[in-house]
Structure formats: C-alpha cells, structure tokens
Ligand binder design. Structure first.
Ligand code: FES
Length: 206
C-alpha cells in the first residue's frame, strides 16, 4: 500500500458507490494522480488492486483519456482548444504564442516544472472562441498577445489559486455569455487541482 491514509480513506468512500469494483477505475485514477501529481506505474498497480483489474487494463484506460497524465505535468497546465470553432477564431496563433512563450511544444513541461502546454479538443466554450484553460479554469476570447501575457504572469506570479473569472478579466476577451454568478472557488494548488479533489470545501468532498 503506497497511498497516504487520506487517499486510502477517499478511495474507500469511492468504492462504496460502485457495486462493481472495476467501475471505480476512473475516479481512483484521478485519486492516484492527485496523490503523485501524475499516474505512476505504482499508482496504476494500486488502482488495479483496488478494482480487481490487471495493471495492463488500468493502463489502457489511463492512456486513452487525455486528462490522465502518465508523466509529470507542470504546476500550471495551459490547454489551448484547437477544434473547429476556436481554429476559425485564431486558435492556431494562440497555440503558437503559448508554445513560444512557454518555450515548450504540445505535451511538454518547461524545465522549471512550472508551465505545461497542450492543445485539446473542444472544451465546450465554442461561443467564446478561442478558448484556453489553466488547470481547467476557462478563459474565453483570448488573443495571442493575451496568451503570452498569461504565460508570463503564471511564471512570474505562480498563484496558489486559479479562478476563471479572474483569468477572464486579466486575459480574456468576449465571452460566450454572461455567466452571472461569479466563481470564487477556482482550482487550488498545482495541477491536478480540480474538483472534487481540491476545488471544494473539505466537507463537500466525496
Ligand atoms: S471548438 Fe473550442 S471550445 Fe469548442
């Protein structure tokens, strides 16, 4: 057993929700990624033991989905949507600006371990294209120049908390629509810093 007592307790709570052990493979993979920062071979073996799957079966799931990371990913993951709506609104130039400013191409992390870059398929913000996420917090209507500012700001400030509305005000352009309710929680801590593993109050976590 290599997981921390807190992770084991969370895994036990997750397992209670799944009559079929193997159905818990994906939430347990997220849990393992939170524990180690990415999916290590040991972490995937741990998930295999919990779910009754073989390590190969677990890895086949992990390697299929882009949000599971099989190697170290920077403190901030900058994801640039390059699907059709964003592409038509200049996403390729945004991607080039992010890669150039970060100094690394798609799928890589900079030498300092601060910025990781990836292009992704549609992230559901087509109305606000081109769209970018930082640790899955959304920015809409971003320009290449704003994307450069974003990467520089992340590297210099290294904020503890990433909040979509704040990013939008600093680096965004036209939004798809007024989301009305202001977000306050955001992503806390380094990647992977998304709910329910780090973005909601402890009492609300599963
Ligand atoms: S195509 Fe970019 S958010 Fe949908």
């Amino acid at each position: 057993m290599s997981w921390s007592p807190e992770t084991v307790a969370r895994a036990e709570r997750i397992m209670q929700r799944y009559p079929e052990r193997r159905s818990a493979v994906m939430p347990l993979l997220y849990l393992s990624m939170l524990e180690d920062g990415y999916l290590t071979d040991d972490g995937m073996r741990e998930v295999a033991e919990w779910t009754g799957l073989t390590p190969v079966q677990v890895k086949s799931v992990a390697s299929f989905y882009g949000m599971f990371k099989l190697r170290y990913t920077g403190k901030y993951l900058v994801s640039v949507c390059t699907s059709i709506s964003c592409m038509l609104r200049g996403a390729d130039d945004v991607m080039a600006a992010v890669e150039d400013e970060a100094g690394v191409p798609h799928g890589e992390t900079d030498d300092d371990g601060v910025i990781a870059v990836e292009h992704v398929e549609c992230i559901g913000a087509c109305g606000g294209a081109p769209a970018v996420q930082v640790n899955y917090e959304l920015i809409e209507g971003i320009t290449p120049e704003q994307a450069r500012d974003l990467v520089r700001w992340l590297r210099e400030e290294q904020p503890d908390k990433i909040v979509a509305d704040d990013l939008q005000e600093r680096f965004g352009g036209t939004r798809s629509f007024d989301w009305a309710i202001r977000e306050t929680e955001g992503a806390v801590g380094p990647f992977p810093a998304f709910g329910p593993y780090g973005t909601v109050a402890e009492e609300d976590r599963s």
